[in-house]
Design a protein around this ligand. Structure first.
Ligand code: LLP
Length: 434
């Protein structure tokens, strides 16, 4: 079987000639757990974590890789990622709660957000998270007061908007000056004077995140250069040293054959070289480096399994495959025009001779998962596996049309186990009153 870069690394063909992941035949998983089903391949997940750890061990031993849990905040997945030695980035009180429940070391948790509520800041202080990333002056004032009340000193990074436009979808760009996130790079030094006046705040360094699904290293290298200039300015103007530099996440993955992102090792090497070069030429000490990958940790580990309910031909226009999920379990095609790749589980080596459009079951014309893709001829009852759905699928799922959210199963070494149980109709009513 030809294994594409968007397929989980353990993908193969079962003895029954079906697609198999983690040694589990997908037709059997569908029979056991039902569809739609999110499947997570443990081997790909661990391998992705290790590729960051190994690249840092070789290039920048003081660096810490921190998984951006917004990509998929599932306790069983976080537990594996923490076992591998990564920290966790959380962007809300809810993500913090799940991170703590998964057994994460609070010191390796980084708390983010452009509008953290006082309650969330208090929860972060109470949990003893390693770093809080400050977004704006109001948040500084809130945190100073809350830390004082809690008799704690809050270790912070300041989020910087470096003014970098990476080539990605407008909705996931965050580095430009018009971004709602962070502080304009030109204003950071003035802000740091305010930070210095706060007795309960401990300034540790800078953070920047320029966007997501970035398929080249240049924007990251350019960010490093800008931040190195800023570190020098901060040292001169504020007399503060930057001990930690956090470059955020953003490395892209392949969803189809069209995307060819740099390998994790190449991205890490480029960023580390750029950092060493830019600091070396300014004779500045090297800060501890942090990166926050989300998609490149979980994206490829995830596959969504659907059952085809009907095949419908709109004469001379298009052939639709209708599946039993759609925009509620994967809103990305609708939100960003995101592209995916898929296979029919029982026809994995068959010729992809038909041009079809895979649509979901929701009451929106734009509920299309894959538009104009080639698949082998399919019929009702076939299982469809959509690849690369580990990141921002379950995380952004909804109950639209009162669809219970799918279950999630972890697969590896021929075993499977449920990490998230399928929602029931009762779950839909759980918070409602008559
Ligand atoms: N760090 C920060 C501060 C972030 O805001 C993000 C993502 C990450 C790290 C992780 O970025 P990644 O490595 O996953 O690219 N819903 C969109 C993606 C939104 C990304 C938000 N921030 C999508 O489905 O494409």
């Amino acid at each position: 079987m030809h294994k594409n870069t968007y397929m989980p690394i353990s993908s193969s063909i079962s003895v029954e000639s079906n697609l198999e992941i983690g040694g589990c035949d997908l037709a059997k998983l569908a029979a056991q757990y039902g569809t739609p089903l999110y499947i997570i391949d443990e081997e790909t997940l661990r391998e992705n974590c290790r590729s960051y750890l190994q690249a840092f061990a070789e290039n920048y031993p003081s660096a810490l890789a921190v998984y951006a849990s917004k990509a998929m905040s599932v306790a069983g997945v976080l537990k594996i990622i923490c076992e591998e030695g990564l920290g966790l980035d959380v962007a809300s009180g809810g993500e913090l709660y799940i991170a703590l429940k998964s057994g994460a070391d609070p010191q390796k948790i980084i708390f983010h957000g452009n509008n953290k509520s006082p309650r969330e800041l208090a929860e972060a202080l109470e949990a003893g998270v390693g770093l809080i990333v400050l977004d704006n002056p109001q948040e500084l004032r809130n945190l100073e007061e809350l830390a004082g009340r809690a008799q704690k000193k809050a270790a912070v990074l300041v989020r910087v908007t470096p003014g970098i436009e990476a080539h990605t979808h407008d909705f996931v760009k965050t580095g430009g000056f018009d971004s709602k996130f962070g502080m304009h790079i030109e204003r950071v030094c003035d802000f740091l004077e305010e930070v210095k006046r706060c007795r309960n705040i401990d300034f540790r360094g800078l953070h920047a995140h320029i966007g997501s699904q970035i398929l080249e290293v240049n924007p990251f290298a350019f960010t490093v250069e800008k931040l190195a200039e800023l570190i020098e300015k901060i040292q001169k103007r504020n007399r503060l040293s930057v001990e930690i530099l956090n470059l955020g996440g953003g490395l892209g993955i392949s969803y189809t054959e069209r995307e060819t992102p740099p390998a994790v090792g190449d991205y890490v090497r480029a960023v580390c070289q750029e950092l060493k070069y830019n600091l070396g030429k300014r004779k500045l000490p090297q800060p501890a480096l942090i990166v926050e990958p989300g998609r490149s940790i979980v994206g490829r580990a995830g596959v969504t399994l659907y059952t085809v309910g009907a095949v419908k031909e709109n004469l001379n226009i298009r052939k639709y495959l209708f599946v039993d999920g759609g925009m509620s379990d994967n809103p990305r095609p609708m939100l960003y025009g995101a592209k995916y790749s898929a296979d029919i589980v029982s026809k994995i080596t068959a010729k992809k001779s038909e041009l079809v459009t895979v649509a979901g079951k929701f009451c929106e014309s734009s509920d299309i998962l894959l538009k104009d893709v080639h698949l082998p001829p399919a019929q009702a009852g076939d299982l469809l596996a959509v690849y690369g759905t580990g990141a921002y699928n379950y995380a952004m799922s909804s109950n639209y049309n009162q669809a219970p959210r799918p279950a999630m199963a972890l697969v590896g070494a021929g075993q499977s186990k449920i990490l998230v149980r399928r929602e029931t109709y009762e779950d839909l009513l759980k918070n409602q009153e008559l």
